[in-house]
Design a protein around this ligand. Structure first.
Ligand code: ZN
Length: 239
């Protein structure tokens, strides 16, 4: 059984948390995928933070897979329709950049984001929409752009085949204390119910460190899953 470990929201805006999450993974011999946002909230262009980019290139040289995680991550300038509201209900505080985008608009942002990463010497292998929210056509845009995969909360879509691999996600939310405690319960339930899943994902977010309970849960949760599952890369899924 295999385990995909990733760090979401990789941006210089959250550099401190990202380094701490990386250290917790490294202490366990893990090399997580790094889900990079080229311009977090429209205010943190990677190009203006060369030291952070150098750190990313070094981690890629260590074997970390670089994954495009939106262009700016938030929904600024993108009005939700009622159907979008319903899909995002309770899921994200307007951090679903791809929630409302059709295939063409998603493709434009993916192409721009990938181009920016490449210009910095970072080669993304796949795409994860912020908050895992995208329309089916938006996921497909990643494949049409030549990226190897896209994913939602339930499955990973491998491209170019389009084959879906079921994969439950273990993640936390420390946005509010209630969410922090609730997400701890959900993460524990995932272990109880899905520890025999062949391919779970553990998604670490810098925000998880914002509440002591979730911060304390990350390491023991990684250890628990690693006792049963061997770490795997996205590239290995293509085989
Ligand atoms: Zn994110």
């Amino acid at each position: 059984m295999s385990l995909l470990v990733s760090i979401h929201d990789v941006t210089p805006a959250l550099a401190d948390g990202i380094m701490r999450l990386w250290a917790r993974c490294a202490a366990r011999g893990l090399t997580p995928a790094l889900l990079v946002v080229p311009e977090w909230h429209g205010e943190w262009p990677l190009e203006a933070h060369p030291a952070f980019v150098a750190w990313l290139r070094a981690r890629a040289a260590d074997g970390a897979e670089i994954v495009l995680h939106g262009e700016r991550h938030d929904e600024a300038g993108l009005p939700r329709r009622l159907s979008d509201q319903l899909r995002a209900w309770g899921r994200t505080a307007r951090e679903g950049e791809f929630l409302t985008l059709d295939g063409a608009a998603a493709g434009e942002r993916i192409a721009r984001g990938r181009g920016r990463l490449r210009a910095l010497g970072l080669e993304p292998v796949g795409f994860v929409p912020p908050a895992w929210l995208a329309r089916e056509d938006g996921h497909g845009a990643a494949g049409r752009a030549g990226l190897g995969f896209s994913e939602d909360e339930h499955a990973i879509r491998l491209f170019p085949s389009g084959r879906r691999v079921a994969s439950p996600v273990v993640r936390w939310s420390a946005r509010t204390p209630i969410r922090a405690w609730g997400s701890l319960a959900v993460a524990r339930a995932r272990w109880t119910l899905q520890r025999r899943a062949p391919l779970p994902r553990i998604a670490l977010h810098p925000g998880d460190l914002g509440h002591p309970a979730t911060a304390a849960a990350l390491g023991p949760t990684l250890d628990r899953w690693l006792a049963r599952h061997a770490p795997i890369s996205y590239a290995a899924l293509q085989g």
